[in-house]
Design a protein around this ligand. Structure first.
Ligand code: ADP
Ligand code: ZN
Ligand code: ZN
Length: 733
C-alpha cells in the first residue's frame, strides 16, 4: 500500500503530496502523523490519503519510517477543510495542517504526562515478603503493609513517607513493581464551577426553541445583559443529549473566569478549555481529550474552531462582530468562513451572537442568509444604563480644562460614595499615545516605520509598536528646539494618577497591554476587581467586552471619538460597538447604571443612536452609507500587500502585479468597482517598504476573481518581495 504524505515543511516547492510505501508491519491510516525521510533528512509528515499503487515507479518509493503518535491526529473532516482553505485562501497545506494540532506536538516537544506508580508483586504472598526482609528493616515492612491494603500508590508518595532507599530495596528484591499512569493536566483547576440552574426568560425560551427546531445559521441579537450565555448553554445541552459535540468561540479577551466557570459548572469535564494562558502540556491534554471524545465541548478563542471534534452539532461564535475572529497574519483566514464550512460538513447549526452585530451579519440576516433572533430585553427587565453624551468643547468654553467633565466627576463620586464600583474606559495604551510639539506641530516618529512613537512612562522610553524600536525621550523639539514638546494624550497610568488625586480614598486597578503581559495577569486583575478588591477599573479596549460585574454602576468613556478617526470604513461601526459594549458593563445586576460619554464631536449620528440603544436606527443609516460609498457588504475589498527592503523591487513588483490584475479585469468588466495601486499607509515596517494594490469587487463572482488573482500573483514568482493577498482586511496600516 502507498500513503500520500504532506511533509511538514512550509515552502512553496514542497507544497504537494508525496507517495511513500507503507511497510507491511506498520498500521497507517489517513490522518496519522508519520516520520519519513525527505531528501537527505528525516521530517514529519501527515498522511492525507492511502491507495493501492502509485503512479510513480514503486521500487523508487521510500518507506514510511514510523508512526509518530498512538492516535490519529487529523480527523477526516479536517483533510477536507485543508483542501477548502487551500482553495479559498491560497495557503500552503503544511501551514493549514499545523493549525489543526497543538504546536508543540510537532517535533515531539509535548507528550502525555505520566507518573510512576508502585504495587506489590503477585509472585509472593504478603506474609512471605514480610518474613523475608530483615527484622530491622522497619521501613520496608511498613511499605509492604501499606501496599498490601491498596491496589497501587504513587511512587512519590511512598518515597516521601518511607524513604526511597527502602522502596528501591523492595524493587530489587522483586517484591514491588513500578509502572506508569497517564495523568491529564487540567487547566484552571481552581475554577469552582458555578452550577446555576436558571429558569429561562421568555426571550431566552423563544431563542432556544427557534434554534433547536432546525439546523441552520442564526444571528442571536441580544442586548447586553439579555442572557445570551444561558441560551448557548441550553442549546449545547440538547446537542449533547443527541450524542453530538459543540464548539463555542469567544474573543480571547472575554474568555473570563466567569465564562469558564459557567461552562465547567454546567458541563464539568465534558468541556475542554483552550486558552492562550495554558501551558503547552495543558493545551495538548485538552486537545487530546477532544480528539478521543472524552471532552465534547471546545470553548476557546479563534483557533478553537479547529478543535478535533467529530460529529459537531453546533458552533457558536459569541461577540461575532469582534475583530479578533480574523487572522491577519499567515495563515490568514476568517473564522466565520471556517465555521460555515464545518457547520455545513456536519449538518450543524451555526449561531452568531452579539449585542451589536456587525453590519455585514445583520445585512445577511435581512436577506435571509441567516435567521434573526431578537432578545431586546435585559434579564429581569433590568434597565439599560442611562447614557449621557457630554460635549467636551462646551466644557472648555465653561472653563473646565481638565480631561474629566463635570458629569464624569459627579457620576464617579456618587458611585464611590455609595460603595459601588466604576469602570473608566479609554482607547489607547501607555502613558500617552504620541509626543507632539505644541509650537511647530512636529510629531516624533519611528525611523524605521514612519509611525508615531508611544511614550512608555514605566521605563521612560519612546517605543514603536510595529517594530519594537526604542528611543530616549527628548527634552526639546528636535525640529524647532522649543521646550513645549508634550505627550499627545493621556493613557491609563496618567488617568489613574489624576483620579487618585481627586479621590484619594478610592482603590484603582489598571488593565491594558502593559499590565497584562504575564500569563494569567489578565484573569487575576478581573478576578480581584470582581471580588471587590478595587473600586475603579481603568482600562483600554480590554475591559469593554463580555465581562459581568454586578456591582458596577458607573461607566465613564473618556474619549469616545478616538476610534472614529482611524480612517477605515469600519471606524463608525467599531465606535458604535465599543460604546455599546462599554456602556453594557453598567447596571447589570440590581443596581441601576449610569454612563458618561465624553466627546469632541457629540453630534455625530453614532453617538445619537448609541446613547438611545437604537441598533436598528444605526444599522439603517450605516447600511445606506455603505451602499452609496460601495463598501462591504455591497463589495468585497481585496488588498495585495508588497513588502521589501528594496524600494525599487517593491515598486516594480507592484507594477507587474497591477498589470496582471488588469488583465483579469478585462474578462470581468463591471465586476471591478475600483482598482488602484499605492504606497501603504504605513510606508515602512521593520525597514521594509510597503506598497499595495487595493480593489473593490462586486459580490457576485468575487471568489472566482480572487482565485485568479492568487494564481496571477503566484505566477510572478517574485523572490525578494513578500506578497500577501488579503480578503476584507480589518487593519489597513
Ligand atoms: P449577555 O451575554 O447577553 O450580556 P449574560 O449571559 O452575561 O448576558 O447574562 C447576564 C446576567 O443575567 C448574568 O449574570 C446571568 O447569570 C443572568 N441571567 C441570565 N439568564 C438568567 C435567567 N433566566 N434568570 C436569571 N438570571 C439570568
Ligand atoms: Zn517644534
Ligand atoms: Zn518601528
Amino acid at each position: 500500500m502507498v500513503a500520500e504524505v504532506i511533509v511538514d515543511i512550509s515552502a512553496g516547492e514542497v507544497d504537494r503530496v508525496f507517495d511513500y510505501l507503507i511497510p507491511e508491519d506498520t498500521n497507517v491510516s489517513v490522518g496519522d502523523r508519520v516520520k519519513v525521510s525527505f531528501g537527505k533528512m528525516a521530517t514529519e509528515g501527515f498522511v492525507v490519503g492511502i491507495k493501492e499503487t502509485s503512479s510513480y515507479d514503486s521500487s523508487k518509493l521510500k518507506p514510511i519510517e514510523s508512526k509518530l503518535d498512538d492516535f490519529t491526529a487529523i480527523i477526516p473532516e479536517m483533510i477536507d477543510l485543508m483542501r477548502f482553505m487551500q482553495d479559498k485562501y491560497d495557503l500552503r497545506k503544511a501551514d493549514i495542517l499545523r493549525l489543526f494540532i497543538p504546536a508543540q506536538l510537532r517535533g515531539g516537544r509535548v507528550k502525555e504526562k505520566v507518573k510512576t506508580a508502585v504495587k506489590l508483586s503477585k509472585d509472593k504472598s504478603v506474609d512471605e515478603m514480610l518474613s523475608s526482609v530483615r527484622s530491622t528493616a522497619v521501613a520496608q515492612k511498613a511499605i509492604i503493609a501499606r501496599l498490601s491494603a491498596v491496589e497501587w500508590e504513587w511512587a512519590s508518595a511512598i518515597s516521601e513517607e518511607f524513604g526511597s532507599s527502602a522502596l528501591n530495596s523492595l524493587k530489587e528484591k522483586g517484591f514491588v513493581e513500578s509502572f506508569e499512569i497517564t495523568v491529564g493536566r487540567k487547566p484552571y483547576v481552581s475554577l469552582e464551577g458555578e452550577r446555576q440552574s436558571l429558569s429561562l426568560t421568555l426571550d431566552q425560551k423563544n431563542a432556544v426553541e427557534t434554534i433547536e427546531k432546525t439546523a441552520g445559521e442564526y444571528l442571536l441579537f441580544g442586548v447586553t445583559g439579555s442572557g445570551k450565555t444561558e441560551v448557548y448553554l441550553k442549546c449545547i445541552e440538547s446537542v449533547l443529549e443527541k450524542g453530538k459535540t459543540a464548539i463555542m468561540l469567544v474573543p480571547e479577551i472575554s474568555l473570563t473566569p466567569q465564562t469558564m466557570n459557567r461552562f465547567r459548572g454546567r458541563f464539568g469535564d465534558t468541556v475542554a478549555l483552550l486558552h492562550s494562558g495554558l501551558s503547552a502540556g495543558e493545551r495538548f491534554d485538552e486537545w487530546l481529550r477532544l480528539l478521543r471524545g472524552e471532552a465534547k465541548i471546545a470553548v476557546g478563542a479563534r483557533s478553537a474552531i479547529f478543535a478535533p471534534l467529530k460529529n459537531v452539532g453546533m458552533i457558536i461564535i459569541d461577540e461575532e462582530h469582534d475583530g479578533s475572529y480574523f487572522s491577519e497574519t499567515n495563515p490568514r483566514y476568517n473564522t466565520r468562513v471556517i465555521a460555515e464550512f464545518r457547520a455545513k460538513y456536519n449538518g450543524a447549526s451555526l449561531v452568531l451572537g452579539s449585542a451589536t452585530p456587525s453590519i455585514e451579519s445583520y445585512y445577511d440576516a435581512t436577506r435571509g442568509k441567516s435567521t434573526l433572533i431578537n432578545m431586546p430585553n435585559r434579564v429581569n427587565n433590568r434597565l439599560m444604563p442611562d447614557i449621557k453624551v457630554v460635549d467636551m468643547c462646551e466644557e472648555i468654553k465653561k472653563g473646565n480644562r481638565s480631561i474629566f467633565s463635570r458629569a464624569f466627576t459627579e457620576g464617579l463620586a456618587s458611585a464611590l460614595n455609595k460603595g459601588e464600583q466604576a469602570m473608566v474606559f479609554l482607547n489607547r495604551r501607555g502613558y500617552s499615545s504620541f509626543m507632539m510639539c505644541r509650537k511647530c506641530g512636529f510629531v516624533i516618529k519611528c525611523a524605521n516605520c514612519d509611525v508615531s512613537l508611544t511614550l512608555h512612562r514605566e521605563d521612560n522610553r519612546l517605543k514603536c509598536h510595529y517594530c519594537g524600536a526604542q528611543y530616549t525621550v527628548p527634552a526639546t523639539c528636535p525640529k524647532c528646539n522649543s521646550e513645549s514638546i508634550r505627550y499627545g494624550r493621556d493613557g491609563t497610568e496618567k488617568i489613574v494618577a489624576d483620579l487618585s488625586k481627586l479621590y484619594p480614598k478610592a482603590r484603582f486597578l489598571r488593565m491594558d497591554n502593559d499590565t497584562t503581559s504575564g500569563k494569567s495577569s489578565h484573569l487575576s486583575i478581573l478576578t480581584s476587581f470582581r471580588n471587590g478588591e478595587a473600586d475603579v477599573l481603568v482600562g483600554t479596549q480590554m475591559i469593554a467586552k463580555g465581562h459581568d460585574f454586578p456591582k458596577v454602576t458607573f461607566v465613564g468613556i473618556l474619549d469616545a471619538d478616538m476610534s472614529l478617526y482611524y480612517g477605515d470604513y469600519m471606524s463608525i461601526e467599531r465606535t458604535f460597538q465599543l460604546v455599546t459594549q462599554v456602556a453594557g458593563r453598567a447596571g447589570r445586576d440590581e443596581l441601576a447604571g449610569n454612563v458618561v460619554l465624553q466627546s469632541y464631536s457629540p453630534n455625530h449620528y453614532v453617538f445619537y443612536f448609541a446613547s438611545k440603544y437604537d441598533y436598528e436606527g444605526f444599522y439603517r443609516k450605516e447600511i445606506n452609507v455603505r451602499e452609496i460609498t460601495k463598501f462591504p457588504p455591497f463589495t468585497k475589498i481585496v488588498r495585495i500587500l508588497f513588502a521589501s527592503e528594496s524600494e525599487d523591487a517593491v515598486f516594480s513588483a507592484t507594477k507587474r502585479a497591477l498589470d496582471a490584475v488588469k488583465e483579469i479585469e478585462k474578462d470581468y468588466t463591471g465586476e471591478f468597482v475600483s482598482l488602484k495601486a499605492m504606497k501603504s499607509p504605513v510606508k515602512r515596517i521593520e525597514n521594509k517598504y510597503r506598497y499595495q494594490i487595493m480593489m473593490k469587487l462586486k459580490r457576485e463572482k468575487e471568489d472566482e476573481i480572487i482565485r485568479k488573482i492568487y494564481d496571477a500573483v503566484n505566477a510572478l514568482k517574485l523572490r525578494d518581495v513578500g506578497i500577501f493577498v488579503e480578503q476584507d482586511p480589518q487593519n489597513l496600516s
